[in-house]
Design a protein around this ligand. Structure first.
Ligand SMILES: NC(=O)c1ccc[n+]([C@@H]2O[C@H](COP(=O)([O-])OP(=O)(O)OC[C@H]3O[C@@H](n4cnc5c(N)ncnc54)[C@H](OP(=O)(O)O)[C@@H]3O)[C@@H](O)[C@H]2O)c1
Length: 320
């Protein structure tokens, strides 16, 4: 398994499995299957509403001797309603309890957006709106407070590394002025329709690893109606440029897309519920893309973000 060295002194597998939209009913089995197939990084979040089931899958894999806890790299994310400093630790403890784990390898701030607190007993996970279908209510919590809460978790040994997600470059520069512990990872949407050269370069220049999510572009967003219909769009997995390269290399379009991100120095966390595709998505190191292929794929950029809170969470526009 290839790894990326983190500025925290730990190392993160270059390929992991994403857990967003995996239903509770199948999540434990899919986590177990992924570990059995060789996945060591699992990318979860409170917001994915499947942490208990993720924990069950992990527990089964460990109890059957497939892996030890130390072999695994488990990521979760702090939800927007828990940004106040006093809520950061309880939120992590809830996640750890659900996962049946003593520590996380990586805890990310899911979005740089503070929302009004929702107590666990009222609704968990709280999602974007304060009440189902209701308004998004911001909270007056500066990101610095949240980050200090995150740093305290690392001090306590509850998380090995801390990081950020969905953060614009300007806010990263601000964070770096006060961070006692620098973010180890920035997790962002990256695919050939959204290349984000400057944001990726900024992170790498500052020693922050980048994890690219939604590597298959629009693929993940059709099922939740988040692909804009006003833009004519070729399904990224069907794009001629990607398919020509895949055909020449004897690989799948998905492998080409993942390899493109890995070759840019990013980690990837594809989600699949299909055992054959899970296996395929791990096989990224038996081939390379030529410079000309990287350039051709680079020309597909449309600066098109599918996961944009400005679209689906009104009043959260400062995240975009
Ligand atoms: N930090 C954030 O805000 C954030 C936001 C979004 C996502 N993420 C993380 O990133 C992970 C991945 O992103 P994502 O879930 O949006 O989407 P993704 O991994 O880009 O795409 C998943 C979709 O691609 C299909 N697929 C997977 N492997 C395939 C293959 N080899 N060939 C063809 N189709 C394939 C899957 O279908 P099947 O399941 O049927 O294979 C599913 O429909 C998430 O699960 C989550 O952990 C983080």
């Amino acid at each position: 398994m290839s790894h990326i060295a983190l500025n925290s002194g730990h190392k993160m597998p270059t390929v992991g499995m994403g857990l967003w939209k995996i239903p509770k009913s199948v999540c434990a089995d899919q986590v177990y299957e992924a570990i059995k197939q060789g996945y060591r990084l699992l990318d979860g979040a409170c917001d994915y509403a499947n942490e208990k089931e993720t924990g069950q899958g992990i527990r089964r894999a460990i109890s059957e001797g497939l892996v030890t806890r130390e072999d695994l790299f488990i990521t979760s994310k702090l939800w927007c309603t828990y940004h106040a400093k006093e809520h950061v630790k309880p939120a992590l403890q809830k996640t750890l309890g659900d996962l049946q784990l003593e520590y996380l390898d990586l805890y990310l701030v899911h979005f740089p957006i503070a929302l009004k607190f929702v107590p666990f007993e009222e609704r968990y996970p709280p999602e974007w709106s304060h009440q189902p279908g209701g308004p998004v209510i911001p909270a007056n919590v500066p990101f610095r407070d949240t980050w200090e809460g995150m740093e305290a978790l690392a001090d306590d040994g509850l998380v090995k590394s801390i990081g950020i997600s969905n953060m614009p470059g300007a806010l990263i520069y601000d964070l770096l002025t006060y961070a006692r512990i620098r973010p180890a990872v920035h997790q962002i949407e990256v695919h050939p329709y959204l290349i984000r050269k400057q944001l990726v370069d900024l992170a790498h220049t500052e020693g922050i690893a980048v994890t690219a999510y939604s590597s298959f572009g629009d693929t993940s967003y059709h099922e939740i109606n988040m692909v804009p219909t006003d833009r004519s769009l070729v399904h990224l997995l069907k794009h001629g440029v990607i398919n020509d390269i895949a055909h020449r290399l004897g690989k799948s379009p998905a492998q080409v897309l993942l390899r493109w991100a890995v070759q840019r120095g990013c980690a990837v966390i594809p989600k699949s519920s299909n055992p054959k595709r899970l296996k395929e998505n791990l096989d990224l190191f038996s081939f390379e893309l030529e410079d000309a292929d990287m350039r051709e794929i680079g020309k597909l950029d449309k600066n098109l973000k599918f996961n944009d809170p400005a679209v689906y969470a009104k009043r959260a526009i400062w995240a975009s």
